[in-house]
Design a protein around this ligand. Structure first.
Ligand code: HEM
Length: 466
């Protein structure tokens, strides 16, 4: 493992001596100074790259979103669509819907860029979730990184809100219906619900869409990305200030780098080593999104048509990352008072609060700069496995009608939902307990085998006796 010590600086200088470009840059930028020489975990820890994947998805979203934002028109009033999409040519459709049809079918490269944006949003949320799990299971949230965990949890929450706002913008029947569910939930918050609806959004979805769409457009293209960008900058500054956690290896005997001792920093420098890896991650993200956008374009507009205030289509579901909230709403029993508020706001709110405050639940008084091995932490890993299973189960609950269909033609959705409720409580607990006991036995075994004298020492003892 490389270390950014003076000896290594000298070795680096020698290594790159031949490179004129490196020397030219080094003369001007002092590549081995504190920032550019910042040590990154070695690239064999691939899961450390998930944060970068998230970052590059965000950058891609901003770039493609800027293109879309220049052409999109937020309005619910009717207009005649004059483009080439045969199904709607010459027909009256809402302004927002017409502008998205235009981007998709009439503007060169429009469909591709829109689809990169669509898949970029999925990758952003998925990579962020996986990055969070990496941080959770490796215990990287512990002292002194609690604050960065909270910044991250806020980013996750805002990322979901950003996705929600974007879903509604094309004003198609599918997105509008899903958005309507979110609006009803917001309106159901005791005391402030109606005020939130009026003040933040300007009315009742979708009756007052002419007032709501421009507001959502402003939040989606300007306000939330600005806050996200600012928080990402804070996240990165904290990361640079506190440095990455490192994986413990035999070289870093705990005695060498104990507690809060930051003097020994291992890893590869930002420039040029990490930069090369980062560029590979960046172009891989772009390549993956271009591949998905080109081969799997999602065509909701022609399938569902523009928003129709007089119909409620069946089969509408939120995007996958909101499916778990939809699941809570589906399984919440009727006897629960204010079920919509409890299921749609209170339960997700409690989950989000526990998540954000987790570093204080699993609190560490002393600073830890090493990653933890999940296998060595049965309680925390069990909680993580239980939580992931819970969210998976809730997402399955969100598809309760499909589950009933899969179980057989005579299985009513209500019956399937009833059993899903029990399974949603039992399955995560069972998985958490299995994880806990299996890992605990492993830890105990390792401890007892470490305590036993090894065969070698027996032999050594026998030889010396002789
Ligand atoms: C816009 C969303 C986010 C971006 C762009 C982002 C980016 C990054 C990057 C590039 C790193 C360093 C590389 C790595 O460890 O993977 C990092 C580290 C970190 N992130 Fe995030 N992240 C985001 C969201 C989150 C979330 C949702 C959480 C947790 C709730 C989180 C918690 C952390 C922590 C605690 C570290 C330090 C880890 C360590 O030192 O090992 N981040 N983030």
């Amino acid at each position: 493992m490389a270390t950014t010590t003076d000896t290594d600086d000298a070795a680096d200088a020698q290594k790159y001596e031949g490179s004129r470009v490196y020397r030219w840059l080094d003369d001007r930028l002092d590549l081995n100074d504190e920032f550019l020489g910042k040590a990154f975990p070695e690239d064999r820890y691939a899961s450390f790259l998930l944060g970068e994947v998230t970052l590059f998805s965000f950058i891609t979203l901003v770039l493609t979103g800027t293109f879309l934002g220049l052409l999109y028109r937020p309005g619910a009033e009717s207009i005649t669509y004059g483009g080439i999409a045969a199904e709607y040519a010459g027909k009256e459709v809402p302004v927002a819907f017409a502008s998205v049809l235009r981007i998709t079918y009439d503007i060169p490269m429009g469909m591709f860029i829109r689809m990169v944006h669509h898949w970029g949003a999925y990758l952003f949320i998925a990579a962020m979730g996986l990055h969070m799990l990496r941080v959770f299971f490796s215990g990287a949230y512990r002292n002194p990184r609690e604050l960065n965990w909270i910044v991250g949890a806020t980013l996750l929450f805002l990322g979901l809100v950003e996705g929600f706002m974007g879903y509604a913008l094309p004003f198609d029947e599918y997105g509008s219906t899903a958005t309507g569910i979110g609006f009803e939930l917001a309106g159901g918050i005791p005391v402030i619900g109606e005020t939130v609806k009026k003040l933040v959004f300007g009315g009742v979805w979708s009756d007052n869409a002419s007032a709501i769409l421009p507001r959502m457009f402003f939040y989606h293209v300007f306000l939330i990305p600005l806050i996200l960008g600012g928080l990402i900058a804070v996240h990165m500054l904290l990361l640079i200030r506190q440095k990455h956690t490192e994986q413990k290896s035999s070289r870093d005997a705990e005695a060498d780098v104990a507690g809060d001792d930051e003097s020994v920093v291992t890893g590869v420098p930002l420039v040029p080593n990490q930069l090369a890896v980062t560029l590979i991650v960046f172009f891989s993200v772009l390549g993956a999104l271009a591949f998905l956008a080109g081969l799997f374009p999602v065509q909701r507009l022609p399938l569902w048509g523009p928003n129709d205030p007089f119909s409620t289509p069946s089969g509408v579901a939120p995007d996958w990352y909101f499916m778990w909230v939809f699941g809570v709403l589906k399984i919440i029993p009727d006897f629960v008072p204010r079920a919509e508020f409890v299921g749609g706001v209170l339960v997700p709110g409690v989950v989000a609060t526990v998540l954000a405050l987790w570093p204080f639940i699993d609190y560490k008084k002393d600073a830890v700069h090493f990653t933890a091995d999940p296998i060595e932490r049965p309680p925390q890993t069990a909680v993580g496995v239980g939580a992931v299973t819970f969210v998976f189960m809730l997402s399955i609950d969100g598809m309760n009608a499909t589950v009933a269909n899969l179980l057989g033609p005579n299985v009513a959705t209500a019956t399937a939902t009833h059993y899903l409720l029990y399974l949603t409580i039992i399955v995560p607990i069972v998985w958490a307990l299995i994880t806990y006991y299996v890992l605990k036995r492993g830890v105990e075994r390792r401890e007892s085998s470490n305590a036993m004298p090894s065969d070698d020492s027996d032999t050594a003892a026998a030889v010396s006796d002789d």
